[in-house]
Design a protein around this ligand. Sequence first.
Ligand SMILES: [Zn+2]
Length: 434
Amino acid sequence: MKKIALFLLVSITGVLGSAKSQDSVFARSVMCQLSSAEMYGRGYSFKGDSIAASYLSQLFAEMEVEPIGIDRYFQHFMFNTFVMEGDCELKIGKRVLEPGKDYYIAPFSIPLKDKKMRVIYADLKAIVQPGGLEMFCKENRRRLESSLVYINTANMELGDAEKEFLQKLKTKSNPFNSKGVVLGVESLPSATVAVQYDENIKKYSLINVIDSLFSAKPETIQINYSNELRLHTTQNVCAMISGSEVPDSIIIFSAHYDHVGTLGSKTYYPGAHDNASGTAAVMDIARYFSANPPKYSVAFLLFTAEEAGLLGSSYFVMNPLFSLKKVKMAINLDMFCGGDDGLMVVNSQVKETKPFFDRMKELNEANRYVKELKSRPNAPNSDHYFLSMHCPAIFIYTLGGRYGGYHNVYDTCEECGLENYQNIINLIIQSVAD
Ligand SMILES: [Zn+2]
């Protein structure tokens, strides 16, 4: 509450006046709605992505921004993905661990239903020695198949051999042939999405646990979670405002609205920074242009399944809803909280995008909207990437400032700083003005 009160004060006393401060209130309300428990982390379990899509399409309809999808605002497609929708429990003795805070289950893990599992402890340093793995497997031969192997990786200097071993383990191969592996870690890795089993390897479970919880080396743990690979239907959400003077020239504003979903039925990843914030900004820009008709047409593309590997934007590029030849500039927004240190503009130094970037810089120098505008080469790190193969496309993200976390349970709406938000939006809107 304190942080929100501070943010309102900053907006209202800012140079932009009271009408503009309303805009960041709108963006925050959209962002908080998207990152709420009702949206299940906008992943693929509990159809969180579809709940978010229907909310966003309703907002477009209220603003009277026209649908351009196949089914009104929606462009549907399907893909395979893992979903964790059941109980998610891990107990050491009587202690119940908290999913997302104490432990994280890799998304490709086989389900382990209500099981008391034996834990066998392996020493990483010994395992990577020549013959070390073979010796460990031989010693534990009879027990391995039904057990979990615990490897501590926290608070130790990792050499190349250790890193290589862990890398293999994390990219879906289990050299122990055990039911699964528990990795003791200092902090949990970023939550991710998995879309397939590797058919060439034996399936297993990979659980990351804060290492101090295993300091007493329990002989068994109680574990219970489900996980399922499922054919999932999802959708891009697409809308457009026709230009008043040059309707055949289109500016795209895009953002992915999906995130990494849930860990069981009770724990969800809010994804405020990634990317409820960018989605809220696109909705806010749509609201601005619905009240201030643009010279060029403006398309609003809210992509799904970015977290599953840029699937929504790649589907859109293969099945475009308008000719991509008409696109004057595509501006993708992803991770939009904070921004105290300015903005990074990805793919802004090629001949198709540099004039636009230079104009942004000029406007910024004249108006001091943000601290700095930085540039980096193109990379497949967000939804601008497949668009950039067909039209001028940039990706803007904020630098520095306040946000709760990255792909973890702490990336909440309350932790997202929007102190620079209105300045950023003003800069972007001015940059596309003519
Ligand atoms: Zn992400």
